[in-house]
Design a protein around this ligand. Structure first.
Ligand SMILES: Nc1ncnc2c1ncn2[C@@H]1O[C@H](COP(=O)(O)OP(=O)(O)OP(=O)(O)O)[C@@H](O)[C@H]1O
Ligand SMILES: [Mg+2]
Length: 266
């Protein structure tokens, strides 16, 4: 039984279609990655699924609530860690979390305890009164995850949760995300450019290119689909995105230019 499914989910900006008839289904408790080159439409898909951006056509359902017509119901059962910074550096972790506790309507008598529990769960209890601007990248990410899970969402969306983190920071962030999935059966849907990370952590991945779904399956199935026993998920990525780029008359050059531009803006 899927907790999340999309039905021809589409978003156009003018005459450019960023997400094109996307059909995916995610089971409860799954850790699922959306993969694809820069500009593939991953963040746009997440913004629609989190009700921040309306689709131009199609729909998606979370717990059978429609993202088009039942945004309030959906907002109560999801958490979102955006690609851009969502914690305030001039506040402490405790203060940041207290703001989110208010935002999520957690009753005032419970707030302090919930904030403490969340800090503890993310391994930040010894830093709760330090200003967030003194935190490492990995600590900030963990704080952002704590912020977005204070209301114990069924589905957590994370847009590039480990970008810019060193290997230890990445490992610790993943340990905490996996703990959420194990302890609360939280369904995790995230994006990443690190194929190794997706391979290690996900039950299934969807590969997008130019707004369209190229392929979906477990990392094992996708690697096997290349017919090479040594294939890595990097090879899968190159195989499916290179084909599509060639079909659409584009080249790796365009992608690499796009990538540089995104980094500069990013
Ligand atoms: N508000 C907007 N107006 C116009 N075009 C947009 C808007 N938001 C996104 N796009 C375009 O839609 C395409 C998909 O963008 P999106 O951010 O979803 O890609 P992405 O897969 O998340 O890429 P990245 O890996 O670089 O984060 C890009 O070409 C982008 O320029
Ligand atoms: Mg993105």
């Amino acid at each position: 039984m899927s907790i999340l499914r999309t039905d021809k989910l589409t978003r156009a900006f003018g005459n450019f279609t960023a997400v094109d008839s996307l059909d995916i289904a995610v089971a409860k408790g799954e850790i699922f990655a959306l993969l694809g080159p820069n500009g593939a439409g991953k963040s746009t898909a997440l913004k629609m699924l989190t009700t921040l951006l309306p689709p131009t056509s199609g729909d998606a359902y979370i717990n059978d609530y429609s993202i088009r017509t039942q945004t309030n119901e959906i907002r109560k059962i999801i958490g979102y860690v955006p690609q851009m910074l969502s914690a305030d550096g001039s506040l402490t972790a405790f203060e940041n979390l207290s703001l989110f506790a208010k935002l999520y309507d957690i009753p005032s008598r419970e707030r302090k305890q919930r904030v403490h529990e969340a800090l503890k769960f993310m391994g930040l209890e010894n830093f709760e009164h330090k200003l967030v601007k003194t935190y490492s990248g990995g600590m900030i990410r963990r704080l952002e995850i704590a912020q977005s899970t204070l209301h114990q969402p069924s589905v957590l969306f994370l847009d590039e949760p480990t970008t810019g983190l060193d290997p230890i920071g990445r490992k610790v962030v993943w340990e905490h995300i996996v703990a959420l999935q194990k302890q609360f059966s939280t369904t995790i849907l995230f994006t990443t450019h690190l194929m190794e990370e997706a391979d290690e952590i996900c039950s299934r991945v969807a590969l997008m290119t130019r707004g369209k779904l190229a392929i979906v399956g477990s990392p094992k199935e996708l690697k096997a689909s290349l017919g090479d026993s040594e294939a890595t998920l990097d090879d899968v990525f190159i195989h499916y995105t290179a084909d599509k780029l060639a079909e659409s008359g584009s080249s790796f050059h365009d992608v690499s230019v796009e990538r540089k531009t995104t980094r500069r803006l990013g």
